[in-house]
Ligand binder design. Structure first.
Ligand code: ACO
Length: 427
């Protein structure tokens, strides 16, 4: 075992001028150590000192959130704007959802993600070349292949880093955070950027008031790095309530709609708001309670709750069930609406910028999304709550109003034409 460890050290030294070679060697070493762990456990005295030290380092460390940043499109779409083309009102939207405004992006989801990720890296005091993994959590994709994470990796300058798209709808960021934390804790990667982003304005059915008033665009990202002190995701529960899978479906995007004469960009949403509402409340309440119990903490120990922001009434119901006073709950739903995968990270960034998160704070993050997927995480914050640096990356100026951009998208949709036939067929 000593010989094997020594060999790896020599390879590592030989490869020290190549970042990717070092990464490969690290992965090989961690695989070998996993194997040596299985062999070594029954006879601990037989394990060489090198292997024992390395095992402790590899398997006991945490994945701390060391950087954070968001990229919110500047154009604001108000409830009054929506009333110009939908049979709706500020009064209905505000009382049923809590929403007043949402953002409409003038740039692509990749561009939003790249700015958010650059800001998160600067906050962590890191360079894009330090990144080993980019996770793009979203259901907004420009192409089937190549994936969006690879485009962000390229635009960011994170040359050679692994790039992974992850789509669990609104919970994509929470699933991505859990997955990337696991990869860091097992030594597969050392620095991960996890993005939650959505560009729903491009494929929402703007003719349907049941959905068009609910969603908005945005992006945020966090940086994860290994830590030996307890921090990052310390408890996670993930699941999926597939009985209600049909309650939320975006028709018109995906291979199942090929060859049906559907106008590109035209969609029709199956959306049973009341079913989603009830199941979301149950899933978020139950998983929040269970993850708190799993971590041996109570609602009183939690400093900040960062819930998915689909509806103010859902958030209030979940907070009440969890025994969480509303002053501990981060709310963005009034200003940004439901940004799907971007809601939780954007709310997290706002909580940090508002000074609501302190070193060692416990955070409860909970959400649900199409599928119907759900997730609840307990995060222990690390030592630092202020950025180490800032990024010079900015979104380009926006020259149009949100309503102008929405009207342009509406003009490309075909709600009552030939698409209606293709969109209505079963998938
Ligand atoms: N403006 C005016 N009236 C409206 C609008 C609107 N924008 N939308 C619906 N209505 C009408 C309906 O047509 C209905 O009229 P009717 O009584 O004449 O039939 C009436 O308002 C009441 O509709 P309900 O569906 O009963 O309204 P409800 O109080 O359930 O609120 C809502 C609807 C806001 C959609 C709610 O059910 C909800 O928030 N559900 C969860 C949505 C959600 O979580 N979405 C995210 C899914 S997962 C993800 O995040 C991707």
């Amino acid at each position: 075992m000593r010989t094997k460890g020594g060999n790896f050290e020599r390879w590592r030294l030989r490869a020290r001028h190549s970042r990717h070679a070092v990464r490969t060697v690290d992965v090989l070493r961690s695989r070998s150590l996993r194997h040596s762990r299985r062999l070594a456990v029954p006879r601990p005295s037989a394990v060489a000192p090198f292997a024992v030290r390395a095992l402790t380092f590899r398997f006991m460390r945490f994945a701390s959130i060391t950087g954070w940043g968001s990229a919110m499109p500047p154009a604001v779409l108000s409830n009054a704007d929506l009333s110009t083309f939908l049979d709706t009102s500020d009064e209905w939207i505000t009382t049923r959802t809590g929403m007043k405004e949402r953002r409409i992006s003038h740039v692509s989801a990749v561009e939003l993600s790249t700015v958010a990720a650059a800001r998160a890296l600067a906050c962590a005091g890191l360079d894009a070349r330090d990144v080993d993994l980019v996770v793009y959590g979203s259901c907004s994709f420009e192409e089937q292949v190549p994936n969006a994470a690879s485009a962000v990796q390229k635009a960011l300058g994170a040359e050679g880093a692994a790039a992974m798209d992850l789509n669990t709808a609104c919970t994509s960021f929470l699933y991505g955070l859990t997955a990337a934390s696991g990869m860091i804790r097992t030594g597969v990667v050392r620095c991960a950027v996890v993005i939650g982003v959505e560009l729903i304005s491009r494929y929402i059915d703007w003719s349907n008031r049941n959905v068009a008033v609910l969603f908005g665009d945005g992006a945020a990202a966090v940086v994860l790095q290994p830590s030996d002190t307890e921090s990052g995701v310390i408890g996670a529960l993930l699941g999926c309530d597939t009985e209600a899978r049909a309650s939320l479906r975006v028709r018109g995007v995906g291979l199942g709609y090929g060859g049906r004469g559907i106008t590109l960009g035209d969609t029709s949403w199956d959306f049973d708001g009341q079913v989603i509402f009830k199941r979301a409340v149950v899933a978020m309440c139950e998983s929040s309670s269970r993850v708190l119990a799993q971590c041996g903490v109570s609602a009183d120990d939690v400093s900040v709750m960062v819930p998915h922001q689909a509806n103010l009434r859902i958030i209030e119901a979940v907070a009440k069930y969890a025994g969480m006073p509303m002053d501990k709950v981060v709310l963005t739903v009034q200003r940004y609406g439901n940004m799907s995968a971007a809601t939780v990270p954007v709310a997290l960034v706002e909580a940090l910028e508002a000074g609501r998160v302190h070193p060692g704070s416990l955070l409860l993050m909970t959400g649900f999304g199409g599928g119907l997927t759900w997730a609840s995480l307990i995060v222990r914050w690390g030592d630092r709550v202020t950025p180490l640096g800032t990024s010079s990356r900015e979104l380009p100026p926006c020259t149009k109003s949100a309503l102008e951009m929405v009207n342009e998208i509406r003009a490309t949709q075909d709600p009552h034409g030939r698409s209606a036939c293709g969109l209505a067929q079963p998938v």
